[in-house]
Design a protein around this ligand. Structure first.
Ligand SMILES: C[S@@+](CC[C@H](N)C(=O)[O-])C[C@H]1O[C@@H](n2cnc3c(N)ncnc32)[C@H](O)[C@@H]1O
Length: 279
């Protein structure tokens, strides 16, 4: 799917998702904490460091790193959607964290000096950016020499039916145009060859890439539907803009295609993350 096809733009899509992401924050961390923790472990976070998180959403990944930085270290949590940053700020206050700075910042245009951070993390962000090449160049610029970048994107459509099936149903129904090659989207950056090329062009060395499974479990079909319509970015925007009868047809078609992933009264939907660490 191509966020740039939406007249209100990518940023507006994510401002609109902030309420849903905050509401589902605990659920999301339950199914995905192993992905966030992978980033922290592989970044090799040390006390006293300055760590930058890009596209932080409600901030859970960065918050897992904050205690490791100690009182002399600092976490800079950033997202281009101001409502996401506000949600992250509320969560940070709830956790009583005092070594976190919150900033509204577009990863493609970072308001930070050259070489000013020791490490960068980004979970499920780069693939959504209109210009990931620019964002990676900016990342390289703000990282100190020898500093590490750890990020996660989703893998191929075949391995991520939780997102690929709804997208396919929407395209088949004529509600969404097929994405242009390399257009931003949930599944846009799953090809390791493209990741390596983008990183090389931005001045990074050869990355280590690991595939890490994730399971989006839902207790009911209703829960999955609210996940799709409240936090799934462009998919959510397209679905919720449809008249009610069309939404019902779309929902039935999605449920039909996902029947093989039914578990008890809900679903266990498999996904695959592509986890990347650079030096
Ligand atoms: C799928 S959410 C992931 C949020 C969080 N990292 C997590 O793991 O839960 C994607 C996030 O990327 C942010 N985002 C997308 N493009 C961005 C950009 N160019 N600069 C900064 N943030 C961006 C959105 O606002 C949204 O919060």
């Amino acid at each position: 799917m191509n966020h740039e096809d939406f007249p209100q733009g990518n940023k507006a899509v994510w401002e609109a998702m902030a309420v849903g992401l905050e509401k589902k924050r605990a659920y999301l961390w339950t199914v995905s904490s192993h992905i966030g923790e992978w980033l922290i472990v592989n970044l090799d976070v040390r006390p006293g460091q300055t760590i930058l998180e890009l596209a932080c959403g409600t901030g859970d990944t960065g918050f897992a790193a904050a205690p490791l930085l100690g009182r002399t270290g600092k976490l800079i949590l950033t997202d281009f959607a101001s409502r996401m940053v506000e949600a992250a700020r509320r969560r940070g206050a709830e956790l009583g964290l005092t070594n976190v700075e919150y900033r509204v910042m577009d990863a493609e245009r970072m308001d930070l000096p050259d070489g000013s951070v020791d490490g960068v993390i980004c979970r499920w962000g780069y693939m959504l950016m209109a210009d990931p090449a620019a964002a990676l160049r900016e990342t390289r610029r703000v990282l100190r020499r020898g500093g590490r970048l750890c990020f996660v994107v989703f893998g191929s459509a075949e391995r991520n039916p939780w997102a690929a099936i709804p997208a396919r149903v929407l395209m088949e129904g004529g509600h969404m145009v097929p994405p242009a090659p390399e257009a931003p989207g949930i599944l846009a950056l799953g090809n390791p060859a493209r990741i390596k090329q983008l990183l090389a062009n931005a001045g990074f060395g050869l990355p280590r890439i690991e595939e890490v499974p994730i399971v989006f479990s839902f207790d009911s079909a209703e829960e999955y539907w609210s996940f799709l319509t409240e936090i799934a970015g462009a998919l959510a925007v397209v679905i919720t803009a449809l008249p009610e009868n069309r939404q019902r047809t779309v929902r039935l078609a999605i449920e039909d295609r996902l029947a093989s992933f039914r578990k008890d009264s809900g679903y266990a939907l498999p996904g695959l993350c592509v986890n990347v660490v650079t030096s």
